[in-house]
Design a protein around this ligand. Structure first.
Ligand code: APR
Length: 241
């Protein structure tokens, strides 16, 4: 029976692919006002600005590739049952080979009708369309006649997949957190649902504000940190043999 690993990732895991993080110096939220481009109020105020913001991020996503951290996370599937629970909206985990990815905050390559549902019911996946790296503009309508919007969870909206993510963390034997400042809830609170005896590893080059007896902080960038994590895992596997 393969042990279960829950891998909780944030923007830092994609940093070495060339996608900027949000809160590091010169991060995305220093270039744009988050309330203008990533909130439901911003969408209501100026939908065109929001569509341009995500069109630009989709164009960039087409030009970048997974890095060795994404690949190392995918390779964990050889020996472990891995679920990636990511806050990222990029598709780099999938492109690196991860087969079990939950996107808590939506997916950049997907869009859905703006009228498909109310904020709390969530949306049925059948109303979600994959446009790859294309753009959408005001006037691009869904089959139901309503405006298409990015399939992204904006500030002020519910996170429909959080319950599923909690189940994944509660069932995990090992928790690996890579590249998130753990500032945005409910995603930031997920690790607290870990089993009492589940080791928690955090890969981040900066100090982390997590104080847990089971915590190992691998203070490094994601690619190097994943190499160290793999070494720690092999030592752990030896102890279990
Ligand atoms: N390798 C690993 N971690 C890194 C690297 C790197 N090369 N570079 C930066 N980091 C770390 C930073 O130290 C920080 O802890 O990645 C984290 C990035 O934090 P944020 O920019 O806040 O990104 P994230 O935690 O994913 O943001 C969460 O906020 O705006 C919302 O919806 C958006 O999903 C996003 C959420």
């Amino acid at each position: 029976m393969k042990q279960k690993i829950a891998v909780l990732t944030g923007a830092g895991v994609s940093a070495e692919s060339g996608i900027g993080t949000f809160r590091d110096s010169n991060g995305l939220w220093e270039q744009y006002r988050v309330e203008d481009v990533a909130s439901i109020e911003g969408w209501r105020r100026n939908p065109g600005l929001v569509l341009d913001f995500y069109n630009a991020r989709r164009r960039q996503l087409k030009t970048v590739k997974p890095n060795n951290a994404h690949r190392a996370i995918a390779e964990l599937e050889e020996k472990y049952h891995v679920t990636v629970v990511t806050q990222n909206v990029d598709n780099l985990h999938e492109r690196a080979g991860s087969t079990n990815v939950i996107h808590l905050h939506g997916e950049l390559t997907k869009v859905r009708p703006v009228d498909c549902c109310n904020e709390n019911d969530g949306f049925s996946e059948k109303q979600v369309f994959d446009i790859g790296y294309d753009e959408i503009h005001i006037g691009d309508l869904a089959p139901d006649g309503s405006q298409l919007r990015p399939h992204i969870v904006w500030f002020g909206e519910a996170v429909p997949k959080i319950e599923k993510a909690i189940d994944i963390v509660e069932a995990a034997d090992i928790i690996l957190i890579v590249g998130t400042s753990l500032q945005v809830y409910p995603a930031a609170g997920l690790y607290r649902y870990a089993k009492a005896d589940a080791p928690i590893f955090i890969i981040d080059p900066k100090d982390v504000n997590v104080h847990d007896p089971n915590l190992t902080h691998i203070k490094d960038v994601a690619t190097e940190g994943m190499a160290s994590f793999r070494k720690l895992l092999s030592e752990r596997e030896k102890n279990f043999e």
